[in-house]
Structure formats: C-alpha cells, structure tokens
Design a protein around this ligand. Structure first.
Ligand code: PNW
Length: 478
C-alpha cells in the first residue's frame, strides 16, 4: 500500500469508527487492512451453479440439458470432461451447507436446474426435482443462511425446440419462473432470473464456445439476444405475479466494465460512455427499456424484430442488479464520435490461471459506480467475484492459495471504496464455494475456496477459505 498523505490519513482516521479495536497508526505508516470496515448488515456469501456442482444428471427424473449434450460431444470440453458427477452436491448438499456455516456466510447463491423442475422445459413438473430444492432451502434456513436462487445458469432443457433461437423459449422461461416462485417463495426471498446473458447468447450461438456450440450470423444472434432479455423480463413479471409479498427479484450480469485509464473527468466520462455502448444489447437495454440508438443504427437490417409490448416487459423494474465482476477493460477519452477509445491489452498484462481472467481490482469499484451513475438501481449485489488457480496440496496436505488471497483482498479493497463512497452495494458472493465443473475448462481450472478431490469428493478448506472466514467475522477486509 502507498504511504498516506496527511489528508488521506485524516480521512481514514475519521472513517475508522468500528467495533474492531484498531491499532494506532503512526503518520506515514500504512493502516492495518482491518480498518477497511464494511457497514453492519453487509451480506457476505458464496455462489455456485447447478450444472457445475450438482452431478446426478439422471437422478429423480431430471431432463437432459444442452450442456449434457455439449459436454458429451467430442472435443468440446477440456479432456472431454462433463458435469455428470461434478462435485456431487445433489447428494452432498447438507455437507456443503456446513461449509458455508463454517465460513459464517450469511447468504448462498445457487441455481435451480430448469430440467429438474420441468424435464421437458414446459409441461408437467417433476415433484422429485422440486423436492431437492426444498431440502436444500430448508437446510440453508436451518443454518440461518439466506437462499438466493438463480433461475437460469445456462443449463437449458434440451427438449425446447431451437433453444434460445425460439421466442417460445422466453415464454417457457416465464412459466417456469412463475412455477418456481409459487413453490419456493415462502422461503426463498431473492431470485435472479438469468446469469450472464452474453454467455448464453453470444458465446453459445455466435462464437460456438458454449452449448449448443453454434456460429450464427448477426441477425440471428441479435434475435437470440432479444429472446434472452425478453425471457428475463417475463421472468421478473412471473416471479412478481406468483411469489409471496416482498420477494425481491433481479438478474446477474457480467457487463464489460471500463476503468478510466487516468482518474480525470474526461477519462471517467469516456469510461461511462464505453460501459453503456459496449453492453448495449444487454444491461443497457434492460435498465433503459429501449435499445440504445447507436446499437440499432449499427445493426441496421440485422437489428432484432421487436413485438409490441416487448420493451415494457424487458424494462420491468428490478429490486436489485447483480454484477459478476472479474476482469477490467480500460477506456480513455477520444475525439471520435463515440467519445471514447478502448486500447488493446499489452501482452504482458497479468492474468490468473484462466487466460481471460486479467487482474484489475479497480474494476470492482468502477462496475458499481458506472451502473449507479448510468441507471441508479435501488441496490447492487456483487453476485460473483473470484479467480482460478492451479491449487495443489502441499506435503502437509494444505492448499496455500496465496494467489487467490491476493486477488480477493485487492478486489474487496476496491469494493470497500465503493461502499465508503455510498454506492448502494449490499452484498458480495464469492465465486466459488468449492471447486467445480468450469464449463469448457472442465476440472482443469479451480475456482473454489474449498478444494474438492474429484476422486473421493472430499472437501478441504484452502487458505482462502480461512481468510474469507476472517473477513466475514470482522466484517472487514484484511
Ligand atoms: C462466470 N469471460 O462465467 C460464470 O457465471 C460461472 O459459471 C463461471 O464458473 C465463472 O464466471 C468463472 O468462469 C464467466 O470469459 C465465464 O470473461 C467467462 C467469462 C466471464 C465469466
């Protein structure tokens, strides 16, 4: 940490009203990290998703999903690995709730597998599938952990014709969301409709990297994006119509986040413009209730076909906006019409074990600030943040993931800045509670703070779990 100026020191000392007894600071000495106190009631939690942890893909009437098909297709995932067994959380959920309890987590974000509830995507519900989430939710509540349920984290029922290419899938999602809300909202008070729209549209239907692995043209892709934001809106309305009063609903997005290269007004303005334009068909459209004009102009004849009433559905007001925050982009002021420029990343820019996971802790602050300044949501939750590592057990059987501790400490320091400046961030979910099936990277990339031995299914806390437990206990970053 940089030595403090007199002004910074005075400000920090004044802000340090907390229940933790603080060490005395000497002028010029860095403050104890424990002075980065979070407000009372801040929601610390962990996140996972169904296909990545549950396994048990054929249990109790679960229908097939596009990820089952994709992972079983030769050459699509690392070493042909699949989520057939994953971390077997379907059978070990009670043990996994204990892991959360050990951390002192207040919340748990998990996802519901649509194909467990409605094996064909529509039609007859499967009682045994619902019963699994009943058991999980009851176990969480018994341990004073608040369930935050994502309704769709990419595991689309295979039986839905055309997948997200079909407008009917958006309608089917709304019906499914309403059904789940009816059955669970007596106990689940927070729902997220979709997770990371760009991943299950562009990465899946344009770049062919995720299930179903298609490479379609611009018109088709824009229409798929439209079906996705429409599905989100129908999901919001269905949750509201079917849930018990006071149930909150939002979504979890991973917008591209722009850090101003230098923190001056013109670069800050450029970063904000970049944020809005570069996420135009996703978060910008949902929170503005219309497609940004520049996007429609750029796409021309390939722009999505919108039916009357769609935009009102898409713009359904949200109780919170969830942000999955990983890597930064950088923007600077520029004389172009757009008013900003994005530079290519230098080849020496550092990343974590996943080559895409560039390290830039300031992205946490700018994600929250950009969304607040652009659209002023009621509340923001960091619905994911974390990193991959090549974790291994040392001779003593320990997993000393100091790289992950470094990553988390820095990102949370910048989240603290956002909280201190009164942006409406209410909680943080660490991705991930435990190692799991990392999509195309299979089991080759570990994101957990609990290590999973995929042969024995044994869970072991890594150093980062012990570190996070301290963060939660002190409600402060250290
Ligand atoms: C998120 N990118 O995915 C997902 O919500 C999780 O399921 C996933 O395990 C986690 O982050 C870690 O990857 C992302 O390329 C995948 O920028 C890729 C990117 C971002 C998020």
């Amino acid at each position: 940490m940089q030595p403090l100026t007199r002004r910074q020191f005075a400000r920090l000392a004044a802000a340090a009203v907390s229940s933790v007894s603080l060490p005395r600071l000497t002028m010029g000495e860095a403050p104890s990290p424990h002075s980065l106190q979070f407000p009372g009631g801040f929601l610390w939690g962990c996140a996972t998703s169904a296909y990545q942890i549950e396994g048990a893909v054929a249990a109790d009437g679960r229908g097939r999903t596009i990820w089952d098909t994709f992972a079983h297709t030769r050459g699509k995932t690392h070493k042909g690995q699949t989520g057939d067994v994953a971390a077997d959380s379907y059978h070990r959920f009670a043990e996994d709730v204990k892991l959360l309890k050990e951390l002192g987590a207040k919340t748990y974000r998990f996802s519901i597998a649509w194909a467990r509830i409605l094996p064909q995507g529509t039609g007859r519900p499967n009682d045994k599938g619902i019963a699994y989430y009943d058991r999980l939710v009851d176990e969480l509540l018994k341990n004073d952990i608040a369930p935050y349920a994502t309704l769709f984290h990419w595991d689309l029922p295979q039986a839905l014709p055309g997948g997200w290419q079909s407008r009917d899938t958006a309608k089917a999602f709304g019906d499914y969301a309403g059904f789940v809300a009816k059955r669970l909202s007596d106990r689940v008070r927070h729902f997220m409709t979709t997770n990371e729209i760009v991943c299950f549209t562009d990465l899946s239907y344009k770049r062919g990297l995720f299930a179903p692995g298609l490479k379609l043209g611009d018109a088709a892709v824009n229409q798929i994006r439209h079906h996705a934001v429409l599905a989100h809106g129908l999901g919001v309305q269905a949750v509201r119509a079917n849930a018990t009063g006071g149930t909150q609903v939002g979504f979890a997005e991973n917008p591209r986040v722009y850090v101003p290269v230098i923190e001056t007004p013109e670069h800050i303005e450029a970063a904000k413009r970049a944020f809005r334009q570069e996420n135009a068909p996703f978060i910008s459209t949902v929170l503005e209730g219309e497609y940004p004009t520049e996007y429609l102009e750029r796409e021309g004849a390939n722009a999505p076909k919108i039916e009357s009433g769609d935009m009102d559905i898409i713009a359904s007001p949200l109780d919170f906006v969830g942000l999955n925050v990983y890597q930064p982009e950088y923007a600077r002021a520029d004389a172009s019409k757009a008013g900003y420029a994005v530079d290519r990343r230098p080849t020496s820019y550092p990343h974590m074990a996943s080559p895409w996971l560039f390290v830039g802790p300031e992205v946490m602050y700018w994600a929250v600030r950009s969304v607040t300044e652009l659209w002023g949501p009621k509340a923001i939750l960091i619905t994911e943040n974390g990193c991959s590592g090549e974790d291994y057990r040392d001779a003593a059987g320990r997993i000393e993931d100091t790289d992950r501790v470094m990553f988390l400490r820095n990102y949370l320091t910048h989240l603290h800045r956002a909280v201190t400046e009164n942006y409406p961030v209410k909680g943080y979910f660490l991705w991930s509670l435990m190692d799991n099936f990392e999509w195309v990277d299979g089991y080759g990339k570990r994101f957990g703070i609990y290590h999973v031995d995929f042969k024995t299914q044994e869970r072991t806390p890594k150093r980062s779990a012990l570190w996070y437990r301290e963060v939660i206990a002190r409600n402060a970053v250290g």
